[in-house]
Design a protein. Sequence first.
Length: 480
Amino acid sequence: MTRAAGARSGAATGAKPTEAGEIGIFSPPYLAATLTFAVVMFLTGFAALAVVPTLPTAARELDGVSLFPVVAGCFVAASLLGGVLGGHWADRVGARRPLALGMVLSVLTLLVSASSTSVWQLAAGRFLDGLAAGMVAVSVTTAIGQAYPEHLRPRMLAMMSASWVVPSLIGPPLAGVVVEAWSWRVVFYGLAVLTALPALALVVVLRDRPGGGRSDGTDAAAGLPSADERAVRPPLLVAAMLSVGAALGQYGVSAWDVRHMVFAVAGVVLLAVFAPRLLPRGTWRSARGLPTAVLLRGLTSGTFFTVEALVPLMLITERRVDALVIGMAFTASALLWAGASWVQGKALQHVARHRLVTVGALVMALSVALAVTGCADGVPAATAAAAMPLSAIGMGLLDPCVTVLSLKHSAPHRQGRTTGAMQTNMNLGQVVVLALAFAVLNGSLAAGASPLGGYGLAFGLLLVPTLLVAVLAVRARGDR
């Protein structure tokens, strides 16, 4: 999600402290930015939700079904690099340039994917699209932090989630109709045209944002690497190594043999060596404040991503569920995420953010339990399908809260790097949790377990990160 540039602060925008409660995201000082970011999120969501259902068909037509984990994982791997690039760039010159470039790159990558003649070209297109998506996501979140006062940020983040509602309703079914009537390539070409539209508005809305501040020594207070540390370990090079490690890990879990295990181990080594250099100190030991907020983002996004990957795969391959049911589950997930996000931003705005994170994590734990139950013989397949929308409710409650907590622990001129760290650990969480779940699944199958039993074990693993989030949320609280 995003942090738009533009508005200065309460005094600069004409909002006096005593009027803060009367100012909203659609008030004159924020109206242009709000509408622009809503359009950006709408088209970005439409592209994301329409592309994903076409990938299996594209991989099959390109004779690359066995490499589908690579196609799916490349996007996440590249988002690691894109998030760091966007965050650092936004701090130097403001959010306008990285956001505009990210949107343009999204158009080009859709064209690369649409013209694919091999599964490897498709994977390359998805990798570049992930790079663009990482830049856009961090730039938008940075822009929101720069443009809106603290009391409006939860509402704006909820608005970003709500902008995905219509795409979630029409994106997947429309993509399916296009694939059946014409080709999966038409989906990519059409999305390239749509994605190009918001770029001009972005330039206009963000044109007044000054360049980002320079480091003033407050990095240590925020828990981020200092300027000297960044000079020794260039963040973009580190992010590139993380992307390579994530890609190797995704390829490594696509099969259970010695060769793939070597790739998986190489990926783990790269992640273990380079990830700490882009994250706040103490992230993996849940140090209080920003490090814990970053950790929570990785654990929750990894769990949700894995649920949305494994549940449809299990239902289609083992329970023979109709594709329409899967599409309805995706639609329900997007709607409920947006609804829960609205509730936390409007109806529950006076509840402590860390408490909502705990509630959301417990809801996600319940969704994981449903997925495990849905793997048992004789249990209706709808039980597992319900895990997707229930997990989305949990994410809708906690995800904006985690973002708000991270911004609260960050100085204004460091918000770009903070959201870059959040984006990095979000993608790391998705890569690591999904890889662990697939490792458990493939390992159980290699040991002779039934497919449904293997899925049940993989889903059971997801209880660990959700319960950890519920316990650790208090360490990210905004008050001291």
